[in-house]
Design a binder for this molecule. Structure first.
Ligand SMILES: Nc1ncnc2c1ncn2[C@@H]1O[C@H](COP(=O)(O)OP(=O)(O)OP(=O)(O)O)[C@@H](O)[C@H]1O
Ligand SMILES: [Mg+2]
Length: 352
């Protein structure tokens, strides 16, 4: 049971709110521009330390206020842990169990969140960055050492690129070696993770009517059949000419196929929504501690039958879920399972 209480001060159009949240399904109902997505965003910020809508945190502060605070209580392994995220005098502050955190990694470990909203389509239709982020988020929970590995790789890549740009070659062999060392392990973790994901994806998608298997194919960020050292060696002249590293996991990608067909160009919008939602749900369900799902715009693109199928899947998950809609009838199939219903109007929340 992750989030048990939420307090919001001056966040977007929500000036002040206190919510007692349900460990199961929480519905958030309100007309357009009432603050539904803002409420999900406030919860997201509490778990991730950043927004999914604005890269500048100042934008989430209510337009008539200078500072904002979102705080809450997380229940984990029988303990209740206070968490908070504030923006004060232009500075972000993350608090956990009475301490100020320097990095948001600890927060991610306490309160995992998965967001399902229209941007999720980027996973199928957008560039590889969204897919690498998807992989990294999953592997972060699957492999305890992944974050420090990822940081070491990023450091080696940054140093190597800086050397390539500056023309200073003195430590290039060292950083190339570092890049290859961390890059190979990183790549192996991502490959393993995709392999693990494949079976539960196929099983869960079957409940939504997709017969036959899904294949998640890892595409390493350097030519197939080569090891990373050789690729870096072969690329040296090109890297020096352009001033950046061409080969490595920072160019990784993956594809999704169903019965041998690439999902991206083969599926309808509704089918794509079902399958990206399923991917996100499977990913959340593999996290060893409870993961909270934030679902915006649940009904869009889905017909009644598919809404009911997806709702059924969500209800059986036994995770905490926050789900928005403009009116209750849109959520018929899920409403009877809701433990809490919040009505929101012009930033004021009732039912809290
Ligand atoms: N910093 C801010 N201060 C005050 N209001 C803001 C701020 N940022 C956005 N808003 C306003 O908050 C309102 C609620 O936005 P939100 O996106 O949460 O609505 P919503 O209920 O999700 O609507 P929809 O059903 O259309 O998705 C909007 O009118 C928006 O313009
Ligand atoms: Mg919205």
């Amino acid at each position: 049971m992750p989030l048990v209480r939420l307090d919001i001060h001056s966040f977007r159009n929500i000036r002040l709110a206190t919510l007692t949240t349900d460990p199961g399904i929480n519905l958030i109902l309100g007309p357009n521009a009432s603050g539904k997505t803002s409420l999900l965003e406030a919860i997201f910020i509490l778990g991730r330390g950043q927004s999914f809508r604005s890269s500048r945190l100042a934008e989430v502060v209510n337009k008539d206020a200078k500072d904002m605070i979102v705080s809450g209580h997380i229940s984990l392994n029988g303990r209740t842990i206070p968490v908070g995220m504030g923006f004060h005098q232009g500075q972000k502050q993350i608090r956990l169990a009475g301490r100020t955190l320097q990095s948001r990694a600890e927060l991610l470990q306490i309160f995992p969140l998965q967001l399902l909203q229209p941007d999720l389509y980027d996973l199928l239709e957008g560039g590889p960055k969204a897919r690498r982020q998807f992989l990294d988020w999953g592997v972060f929970y699957a492999q305890p050492e992944y974050l420090s590995l990822w940081r070491s790789y990023q450091r080696a890549l940054g140093q190597r690129n800086a050397l390539l740009k500056s023309g200073n070659r003195s430590t290039l062999p060292f950083w190339t070696q570092e890049l290859a060392k961390y890059g190979k392990i990183l790549s192996q973790h991502r490959f393993d993770y995709l392999t693990v994901l494949q079976e539960p994806l196929t099983m869960m998608a079957r409940q939504l009517g997709f017969e036959g298997g899904f294949e998640l194919k890892y595409l390493q960020g350097w030519p197939q059949g080569k090891d990373l050292e050789s690729a870096l060696e072969d690329d040296l002249q090109r890297d020096q000419k352009y001033g950046f590293t061409h080969s490595g996991p920072h160019r990784d990608d993956f594809t999704i196929t169903w019965q041998g067909q690439p999902v991206k160009n083969f599926f309808s919008r509704g089918q794509m929504k079902l399958i990206v939602s399923t991917l996100a749900i499977v990913q959340a369900s593999l996290i060893p501690i409870p993961c909270c799902l934030l679902i915006d715009d649940f009904t869009s693109e889905l017909d009644q039958e598919n809404q009911a199928l997806l709702a059924n899947l969500l209800v059986n998950l036994k995770e905490q879920i926050f789900i928005t809609a403009t009116h209750l009838t849109a959520l018929d199939s899920i409403a009877k399972h809701a433990g809490q219903v919040f009505h929101i109007s012009e930033g004021t929340i009732q039912g809290a």
